[in-house]
Design a protein around this ligand. Sequence first.
Ligand code: DOR
Ligand code: ZN
Length: 421
Amino acid sequence: MADLILKNGKVVTPDGVRTADVVVENGKIVGIGQGSAGKEIDCSGKYILPGAIDAHVHFREPGMTHKEDFKTGSEAALAGGVTMILDMPNTAPPTVTIESLKEKKALAKEKCKCNFGFHFGITEGNSDILKKVEKDPYVYGFKAYMGESTGGMICSYELLDKVFEIVSKPVVAHAEDQEILEENMREFKGTEDPKMHSEIRSDKCARESVKKILHLAKKHDKKVHIAHVSSMAELEEIRKFKTDKVTCEVTPHHLFLNVHEYENQGNFVKTNPPLRTREDQEALWDAIDKGFVDIIATDHAPHTFEEKDVTYSKAPSGVPGVENMLPLLLNEVNKGRLTIGKVAELVSRRPAEIFGMKNKGKIEVGYDADLIVCDMDLEKTILNDHQKTKCKWTPFNGWKVKGWPVVTVCGGKIIQVLSRL
Ligand code: DOR
Ligand code: ZN
């Protein structure tokens, strides 16, 4: 007999939605149809989706565990229907050596409650180990910070040129041009107005970097993934180069917030790349509609309330997001802006494909039993107090959202069941 059955749900597959039972045994999906098992969950009227995969999080371990750690980060992820995360290398120490990778892996194995993998950092002097690192199954990509952000990591275009020659897994690029950034910082030196953040880290600064990165990727015919695309300007450059090897991501904060938000939240929405105009925001939605955006990932970057609650120049950049991405997107399904199938594609199927995750991203026999049950009628308000992230705040505090993950199954294990079910 099987271990678990998600009974009579609307199962979201790449071929469409059909009502069926999803049968789970030994952590795998063994049937989609009908069956019986020791444990059954009635999913009548609810959608069953593949667990979300967040390909861009900062869980802060090791070194910054006052902001987040693998335990709290993964609890937040699972509460939000995310069953796999890829963690970024700007920790302390940064994940740029074999030893630091080993240390991070050990910490994650011990504490992370969801599936995990890493992006390894590119830095001056570590190119000779990248070939070896690439063989590690926990490494899914290489992170290149073209402009300095939290953690101070930086990669020059010369170094990126060299790295494209070496690696085959995707290079995940933080596309902000360091030279333009420095120029702008000089120009606006002394400002303490949070909204100037979007001027200093201008869309021009992002566009120039995207352009240079894509030229290099094309030259080497290698995979490149542009992280957190925030503006029309970046989209225009990506459009010129788009192939199967050129993929891109947008974040919930760039989709749902714009520069007007500084008035309400000041430094709490200071993030890199910054919030953009309403027109840019609309351009991102339009690019999703046109099938041009490959994935949505959160860039979950928690900082404590106290760290953010200071003057502009002292406040760190970054916003948390991993636990609210899915509810925010399901709310858009209810509003008619997205289909449920599109959500599954953006947060599951495509991230699994781009980063080569075996047996993940789809509800299919033989695939891992990472599953979520979503109640599209459940309406709840996102509240700071309810957050599982260690930082205990969200830029979406007070947002009333309809459509929530109510059951999360990770590797066949039932992780959470909201009481209403
Ligand atoms: O705003 C940001 N915060 N952008 C990044 O690139 C890094 C992140 C962080 O780690 O806090
Ligand atoms: Zn990031």
